[in-house]
Write a protein that binds this ligand. Structure first.
Ligand code: CA
Length: 331
C-alpha cells in the first residue's frame, strides 16, 4: 500500500497497489491494477473519512485487490474485512457480500406492506371471490374485495414501518364503471405533528401534505396516489380512502368500485444507495432501464427479470433492516 501518492506520480505505481489520496478534508481510495489505469473509474468516487475504513473498501487477495462489492441493501455499508472480504450483514442476511437471507428467512417483496380492503374498517360490502380453477393467476390478493359506493370510505391501520421514508400509496382495484372514478380523497392520519423526528426525513410534513387525491381509471387495476406519504418508523397510522364523486358532472349514489387492497411501496428516491454517487446513479439507471418498479413485478411469483429480483431483495433488506423469519414477520 502506498499512502499520499499524488496523481502526478501514478505512472510510477506498480501493479496491484492500493493508493490512498490524502486530501484536505477526506481521503480518497483508488486501486490500480495496471500502471496508471484505475480498475474501475467508479471507485475513484468512493470517499471516506478514516484510513481504517477506507482500506476496507477492497478485499486484498494474492492476485490483487478486489472491490468489497457488498450488497447495498443486505449490508450496512460497502466496507469489508480486508482479508476475508466479509461485508457487515443486516439482520438474518448472510454470504460474503450479504445478499442471501439465512435459511428459513426471506427478504420483503416490494409490495410487502399490503393491506387488504376486506380486512379494513369500511362502509362498503365485502365481496369474497373464489380463486380461479383453470390455472389462471388471481388478479387480487386476500379473500376478495370491498365494494365501495359513492360517499363511502375505507380505513387501514398501518403500523409496520421500519424505515422512515417516502412510500407510494398504491390502490389496487377492479373498476365497475365504464368511466374513471374521478375523486378519491386519500388521507394519512398520523399520531402527532408535534412529535415528528426533527432529524428524520418527515420533519417538514404538515397536515396539508397528508391530504391527497386520486382517480381510478376504468382501464387500469391500480393507481399510485400522488404525492407519496412520508412515514416514520415505529408509529401507527390510519390511511383513509373517501370515495367522493365518481363523476365531477353528476352525483351517482349507485356508482361502485371493487377495492382489493392498498400497498405502500418504498420510493427509491429515498434510498441512499440509489443516488448521490456514480455507483448509485448507475444502479438507478439500471433499475429504471429494466422497469423494476413495474407493478406487474411486485408479486412473489411471475416472470421478474433477475436483475429486478436482486434489486427488490436489496430494497427489502434495506427498508426492513434485514430478512424475516418466514412464519414470524417483524420478529
Ligand atoms: Ca383483497
Amino acid at each position: 500500500m502506498v499512502f499520499g501518492i499524488s496523481p502526478m506520480l501514478i505512472k510510477m505505481v506498480v501493479k496491484n497497489v492500493l493508493v490512498i489520496h490524502l486530501e484536505p478534508l477526506t481521503i480518497k481510495v483508488v486501486m490500480y491494477t495496471r500502471e496508471s489505469v484505475p480498475v474501475n473509474d467508479m471507485l475513484q468516487e468512493e470517499t471516506v473519512t478514516s484510513v481504517y475504513w477506507s482500506i476496507g473498501v477492497f478485499q486484498i487477495k494474492k492476485d490483487g485487490c478486489q472491490p468489497c462489492d457488498c450488497d447495498p441493501g443486505g449490508s450496512y455499508d460497502n466496507f469489508c474485512d480486508v482479508i476475508t472480504g466479509q461485508c457487515k450483514c443486516r439482520e438474518h442476511m448472510t454470504g460474503r457480500n450479504c445478499d442471501i437471507p439465512k435459511q428459513q428467512y426471506f427478504t420483503a417483496s416490494l409490495d410487502f406492506l399490503l393491506y387488504e380492503a376486506e380486512a379494513s374498517k369500511s362502509s362498503g360490502q365485502v365481496v369474497i371471490r373464489e380463486p380461479y380453477r383453470d390455472g389462471r393467476e388471481d388478479t387480487w390478493t386476500g379473500t376478495g374485495f370491498v365494494k365501495a359506493f359513492e360517499g363511502g370510505f375505507l380505513e387501514f391501520i398501518v403500523g409496520e414501518i421500519k424505515t422512515s421514508m417516502d412510500y407510494d400509496i398504491v390502490i389496487r382495484y377492479e373498476p365497475l364503471l365504464t368511466e374513471s372514478w374521478e375523486d378519491v380523497l386519500v388521507t394519512v392520519r398520523r399520531p402527532d405533528y408535534d412529535q415528528l423526528d426533527p432529524n428524520g426525513p418527515c420533519t417538514q410534513i404538515n397536515p396539508e401534505d397528508d391530504i391527497k387525491h386520486a382517480s381510478l381509471p376504468a382501464n387500469s387495476r391500480s393507481v399510485t396516489v400522488y404525492p407519496p406519504a412520508c412515514l416514520e418508523a415505529g408509529k401507527i397510522y390510519k390511511i383513509r380512502l373517501d370515495f367522493r364523486k365518481s363523476s365531477f358532472d353528476k352525483e351517482t349514489p349507485s356508482a361502485s368500485v371493487l377495492i382489493d387492497s392498498i400497498v405502500l411501496i418504498p420510493r427509491i428516491d429515498n434510498i441512499p444507495w440509489f443516488h448521490g454517487s456514480t455507483p448509485g446513479e448507475s444502479r438507478r439507471k439500471e433499475f429504471e432501464r429494466y422497469q423494476c418498479s413495474n407493478p406487474s413485478y411486485f408479486g412473489r411469483g411471475g416472470k421478474i427479470p433477475e436483475i429486478c429480483k436482486k434489486y427488490h431483495a436489496s430494497i427489502g433488506a434495506y427498508v426492513f433492516n434485514g430478512a424475516f423469519c418466514k412464519y414470524f414477520p417483524f420478529k
